[in-house]
Design a protein around this ligand. Structure first.
Ligand code: TMP
Length: 235
């Protein structure tokens, strides 16, 4: 499969055409942004690490029955994926109170939730990805009833696979964001799952091992990404 023209450049990835419209190539960049691009920076080798981590996780999820867009890893920074029509809804799953949930509910970070919470956000940078509910998704035609219900079901199944996967590697899966897309009538897990899109805490020290180190200027960003990659990919 040869890389064709650049179709779209996002904040962390570039999407390229291939000679078959059913497939796309994703290129992972080192660029890092936060707060809708208001904070910009570079995390050295982030693209290589995120591609490696995400491919490992997507492959493991596929082996456990989750349909994904992943076809194969092509190079350090490139992956071949199915050309899904991305649903404009980000699905966030939370196991522990942190981030915007801590702020919204006025609670400290770190408290375990009684059950995983699934939230929806409208994928729209100009509006700062507002939180929405299932009714908004349906009323505004962002997804069909079948799609949003399947996305929620898949998100909870993914959570039941990912939590023990990370726990085995001494990592607490605090929360994370998923994206889904339609491919010829089938809903597939798409985008990426990596330290950019998850909150990952060391199980012993509770030290943050994810993009919060960049968002909150905590230092040792690259070291944290490398350590997540080591624990996820070397085991
Ligand atoms: P939040 O607490 O800021 O709402 O974030 C919840 C999770 O979603 C967290 O693991 C980080 C991830 N996330 C993204 O992947 N992209 C985003 O643009 C935001 C705001 C959060």
């Amino acid at each position: 499969m040869t890389r064709g023209e650049q179709l779209y450049e996002g904040k962390a990835k570039i999407i390229y055409a291939t000679d078959d419209d059913d497939y796309r190539i994703l290129y992972f960049k080192d660029d890092a942004t936060a707060f809708d691009g208001a904070k910009k920076g570079t995390i050295v080798a982030k693209g290589i690490i995120n591609n490696q981590v995400s491919c490992r996780i997507f492959t493991m999820l596929a082996e456990n029955g989750i349909p994904t867009h992943l076809v194969k890893k092509l190079s350090e920074r490139e992956v071949l994926v199915k050309n899904v029509a991305i649903m404009p809804v980000e699905v966030v799953v939370r196991n522990i109170i942190a981030g915007s949930l801590a702020k919204r509910m006025g609670r400290p970070e770190g408290e375990k939730l009684p059950f995983p919470i699934v939230e929806y956000y409208y994928k729209n940078d100009d509006l700062h990805d507002p939180m929405i509910n299932r009714d908004h998704v349906l009323a505004f035609g962002l997804a069909s009833e079948a799609q949003i219900d399947q996305a929620r079901e898949l998100a909870l199944k993914i959570n039941s696979i990912l939590q023990p996967f990370f726990a085995d590697r001494d990592i607490i899966l605090v929360d994370y964001k998923l994206e889904f897309g339609d491919f010829h009538g089938q809903l597939l897990l798409a985008d990426e799952i990596c330290p950019d899109t998850c909150r990952l805490w060391d199980a012993e020290s509770l030290e943050k091992m994810d993009k919060d180190r960049f968002r909150r200027d905590l230092g040792k960003v690259e070291e944290a990404y490398v350590e997540v990659c080591r624990r996820v990919c070397d085991q």
